[in-house]
Design a protein around this ligand. Sequence first.
Ligand SMILES: CC(C)(COP(=O)(O)OP(=O)(O)OC[C@H]1O[C@@H](n2cnc3c(N)ncnc32)[C@H](O)[C@@H]1OP(=O)(O)O)[C@@H](O)C(=O)NCCC(=O)NCCS
Length: 154
Amino acid sequence: MAVRPVGPDDADRVRRLLERSSPESIYRRFFTLFPSPPARVVRRLTDVDHADHEGLAVLDGDEIVALASWDRPRHAAAEAEIAVLVDDAWQHMGLGRALVRMLSGDAARHGIAVLNATVLSDNHPARQLAVRVGQPTSVVLDGPEAFYTFSLAS
Ligand SMILES: CC(C)(COP(=O)(O)OP(=O)(O)OC[C@H]1O[C@@H](n2cnc3c(N)ncnc32)[C@H](O)[C@@H]1OP(=O)(O)O)[C@@H](O)C(=O)NCCC(=O)NCCS
């Protein structure tokens, strides 16, 4: 297996990852369902600028089996949103945890001090992952969603 930053050349690999993913995984990652992966979603995941938008992919051979991203909505702000998707066939094998750890280190090197994550309240794997990778500084439950905040300051 290999881990590397994602890029525009990965559009087909990301599309195939989304096509292989179950509706449950898609909904948990994107908070919506789609009959096929919309081009704008694939573009958002692969058009990384390595400054305000980053993505790390785990590859098994030539296929992406996990993808985690951070985005800072305001240019050069010290705060970013993190999200992750692991191929259904590869879930619960430690990829999510390893990838989020690597991505957090990368975010810190880009000057990000605070990472936010929004997960569905009933998404137990993601909520477990959140407490496995670090100590959240806050967890706010708001109806169907849970908002996690992590401080990357050492
Ligand atoms: C949430 C997700 C990223 C976790 O990735 P993963 O590779 O399966 O997680 P890991 O194997 O690294 O496990 C990390 C921890 O999460 C928990 N976990 C993972 N899968 C679980 C499952 N099916 N049921 C219960 N807990 C689970 C475990 O506590 C695990 O720690 P442990 O191995 O010490 O028990 C993955 O399930 C996924 O992609 N889900 C769909 C998209 C999503 O929900 N994204 C998060 C919101 S952006």
